[in-house]
Design a protein around this ligand. Structure first.
Ligand code: PLP
Length: 423
């Protein structure tokens, strides 16, 4: 063994020693010990929301029991402490997604809140009659409806990137959608309905050659690998706290400073102003210009702790565990006769959408539920994806690092049981 090989093996051994094993990881999430219908809970609905580690639960408890004072307002000790923790959480978000400046991180209520805010502000500032916004056929309703509402207000149009039978966008068709009227591209990093990872770097680089800004919906991307907004070069990036092991009701709108400086605020109220008279109001500096009213500071602080937790596990390690789970689950489920997987791109996160021949997805979901297995059924708030495949919904098993191969086996057996009940 030469020196470098020995050194790599040694580092690997240390790394394995430092990494938590799966039982240690699962012990961090109290809900994973629960039973439903007297069966161990098998939680495979992580695309809808993720479970919370004890450190996040404790942190929120700490805010309310030790320093629940309204942020940026009081001169008193607990308001100061809450403000400091809130701004520390902003810094944690900045560093997690590798944004350049803390001013570029705006807290919102979630991905939906972020996209609505952007659609309103961007629409007010830049969109005129006949302008066009490009989105894809893979989008969640949260990345369709706010743009549609803005288009209705401004008499603008949506242009849609089509997808193929694997559930991947057709890149050549994307290129054809650009026109002098194109003002923005807004696409997902990862499809929630099928799990497809979109080629966002390529999407952005093409748009930028035409000086068109791009918003990336990171709701299903940020928790599954390393997101680096500088490397990606997106103009806006949005995500939700609750999908990355943090609390509900908190989310992030990242925007490059030059855009956030030009965009008008989308809500008025306390804290987003510098001076107010009845004649004129001047706005606060970034990012506070976009944070009107009392913000969800316990949520932001809890999100900061969730990001620390993810970093403590290691994002490469999370990616590796989830890749193994996807491979295992794909093999197990595709071996089941009468099961069809929707979304078969070779670039996917650990999500499997499927249907059983002649069995409605709700029946499948309800029987699995009685076996203690939580999956999502329906359109997954992505009706155009279902329309593209001519179906009215799927069953979706969305896995993350705390799931196990044993759980996938129980899912497989559960699905076989559903099939036998209906045959
Ligand atoms: N975008 C995508 C891709 C999603 O998966 C979701 C939620 O599932 C959303 C947006 C909306 O997120 P939220 O409901 O947290 O605002």
């Amino acid at each position: 063994m030469n020196y470098h090989v020995a050194q790599a093996a040694w580092l690997n051994a240390i790394n394995n020693f430092l990494l938590k094993n799966i039982s240690e990881i699962r012990a961090d999430f109290p809900i994973l010990n629960k039973k439903v219908y007297n069966k161990p809970l098998i939680y495979l609905d992580n695309g809808a929301t993720t479970q919370k580690p004890q450190c996040v639960i404790d942190k929120i408890n700490e805010v309310f029991s030790s320093y629940n004072g309204n942020i940026h307002r009081g001169v008193h000790a607990i308001s100061d402490k809450a403000s400091e923790e809130y701004e520390t959480a902003r810094e944690k978000v900045r560093s997690f997604i590798n944004a350049g400046k803390r001013e570029e991180i705006v807290f919102t209520s979630g991905t939906t809140g972020s996209i609505n805010a952007l659609a309103f502000s961007f629409g007010e500032r830049y969109i005129r009659k006949g302008d066009e916004i490009i989105i894809s056929n893979l989008e969640h309703h949260a990345n369709i409806v706010p743009w549609q509402m803005m288009c209705e207000r401004k008499k603008a149009k949506l242009r849609i990137i089509p997808i193929n039978d694997n559930g991947e966008i057709l890149f050549d068709e994307y290129l054809k959608l650009f026109s002098p009227k194109t003002k923005l591209v807004a696409v997902s990093q990862v499809s929630n309905a099928l799990g497809t990872i979109l080629p966002v770097k390529k999407i952005i680089s093409v748009a930028h050659t035409l000086n068109i800004p791009v918003m990336i919906d990171g709701a299903q991307g940020v928790q599954h690998g390393i997101t680096d907004v500088k490397a990606m070069d997106c103009d806006f990036y949005v995500f939700s706290g609750h999908k990355i092991y943090g609390p509900t009701g908190i989310g992030v709108l990242y925007g490059k400073e030059k855009w956030l400086t030009e965009l008008p605020p989308y809500q008025g109220g306390g804290d987003m102003v510098e001076t107010v008279t009845f004649e004129k109001t001047t706005y606060n500096e970034l990012p506070f210009k976009f944070e009107a009213g009392t913000m969800n500071f316990p949520g932001a602080i809890g999100l900061g702790t969730a990001l620390d937790y993810v970093l403590s596990l290691g994002r490469e390690d999370i990616e590796m565990r989830e890749r193994e789970l996807l491979e295992y689950a794909t093999n197990r489920l595709s071996g089941i006769d009468k099961l069809k997987i929707y979304g078969v791109s070779d670039k996917k996160i650990s999500t499997i959408s499927f249907l059983l021949k002649d069995i409605h997805q709700y029946d499948t979901g309800m029987i699995l539920d009685k076996l203690g297995i939580a999956v999502r059924t329906g359109t997954h708030c992505a009706q155009p994806v279902m329309d593209r495949f001519g179906i009215d919904g799927t069953v979706r098993a969305s896995m993350c690092f705390y799931n196990t191969k044993e759980e996938i086996d129980v899912l497989g057996t559960g699905i076989e049981k559903v099939i036998s009940m209906f045959s």
